[in-house]
Design a protein around this ligand. Structure first.
Ligand SMILES: [Zn+2]
Length: 95
């Protein structure tokens, strides 16, 4: 059974902690970033990265790794499309 009052209390507790900047986390861990970590601002509780690097880390698995370019991906896309076209004309093999 869900205790909604407990969830509401937890939500209020987390938002209250997130809204108070913690000056222990005054800088992002990415070298030369210069922005404060999200726990150092009123933006969140992330103790390692600023908003931009946290978002990038969430998307790519690293705060520094860039996105793959279309030039890098296109050979694989063409190979996959060719494989799908060949596969659609042949019966699936079950060995
Ligand atoms: Zn940063």
């Amino acid at each position: 059974m869900t205790d909604w009052s407990q969830r509401k209390k937890r939500k209020q507790d987390v938002s209250a902690r997130a809204s108070v900047p913690n000056h222990m986390y005054g800088s992002c861990r990415v070298i030369h970033c210069g922005k404060p970590a999200r726990a150092g601002t009123a933006d969140g509780l992330d103790e390692r990265y600023c908003r931009a690097h946290a978002d990038h880390n969430q998307r790519h698995g690293s705060p520094l790794k860039g996105s793959y370019t279309a030039k890098e991906l296109n050979p694989y896309r063409r190979a996959a499309l060719a494989w799908m076209r060949v596969g659609s004309t042949q019966a699936p093999s079950r060995a």
